[in-house]
Write a protein that binds this ligand. Structure first.
Ligand code: SPD
Length: 283
């Protein structure tokens, strides 16, 4: 309609279009095109290279699951967590709710994502206000190699493959993550949608299955990602990642709007075609 402004993510033959009021940030960083919009119905919107990373409307779903599934999948109480990517701070915000974590590190390749998120997305980037947070700006795949036997949780909140996140979708990186875990630690990675990018989802699930004793794909409903769904691939040698170690204490559960122990278990229950895809049978 004349005078209206819409922004689209065009990805793998799909389009997802959101009505926006104005653009708050438009910069070409050394790594990617970074844009932030104020939308009409969904709060703020962060896009990197034209791909939706988050909206204020539903970012809680993705960030709660990316943080809490690995936190509760860990067979011991985790103390040291590392986020790779995740420069908007949303995963940090959710991890920060856990007082048991003694250190919270983030390795983000693009300092501009951190700066712009702190300026324009304060409700997400408030994760950085936690004094336990230590920021490393650099390449996550190199960082992980340099830190063997260090973390209880490694959470990879990456962009899609093709941009700066590309090395994070390779098997060597999964092996390096395993080496960077302390015994019984857990990895969780952004694993795409089995509707939108089935080959990539199947590939990362295969890596996790080949490398860890226990693994699985947890699905998350996120309406502002194309197909409304995204996966979290989880792997560990410590125990069954589908079964939470404990329930959140009642005060914490009150502030979680998506995660619960029931959702944790249920997220690993997949439609038959998706299970077959991950078993290598495909449809
Ligand atoms: N297809 C988009 C995947 C985006 C995953 N990263 C989101 C960043 C939010 N912290």
């Amino acid at each position: 309609m004349a005078g209206e402004r819409w922004v689209s993510e065009v990805n793998a033959g799909w389009g997802l279009t959101i009505k926006v009021r104005r653009q708050l940030c438009d910069i070409q960083t050394p790594f990617q095109h970074l844009e932030i919009f104020e939308t009409v119905n969904l709060g703020r919107l962060l896009m990197l290279d034209g791909i939706v990373q988050l909206t204020s409307f539903d970012e809680f779903a993705y960030h709660e699951m990316m943080a809490n599934v690995p936190f509760y999948a860990c067979s011991h109480v985790p103390e040291r967590a590392l986020v790779i990517g995740g420069g908007d701070g949303g995963v940090l915000r959710e991890l920060g709710r856990h007082r048991e974590l003694k250190s919270l590190e983030i390795c983000e390749i693009d300092a501009s994502v951190i700066e712009a998120s702190r300026k324009f997305l304060p409700e997400t980037a408030c994760g950085y206000d936690d004094p336990r947070v230590k920021i490393h700006v650099g390449d996550g795949s190199a960082f992980i190699k340099a830190h063997p036997d260090t973390y209880d949780l490694i959470i990879v909140d990456s962009t899609d493959p093709g941009g700066p996140g590309e090395p994070l979708f390779g098997e060597p990186f999964y092996r390096d993550m395993k080496a960077a875990l302390r015994p019984g630690g857990v990895i969780a990675t952004q694993a795409e949608s089995y509707y939108l990018l089935p080959e990539i989802a199947a590939r990362v699930v295969r890596f996790a299955k080949n490398i860890f004793q226990y693994s699985g794909f947890a699905q998350i409903n996120v309406p502002t990602y194309p197909t409304g769904l995204i996966g979290c691939c989880v792997g560990s040698d410590g125990g069954d990642v589908r079964e939470p170690r404990e329930v959140p204490d009642p005060e914490l559960q009150k502030v979680l709007h998506y995660y619960s122990p029931e959702i944790h278990r249920g997220a690993f229950l997949l439609p038959r075609f998706a299970s077959q895809l991950f078993e290598g049978e495909g449809k």
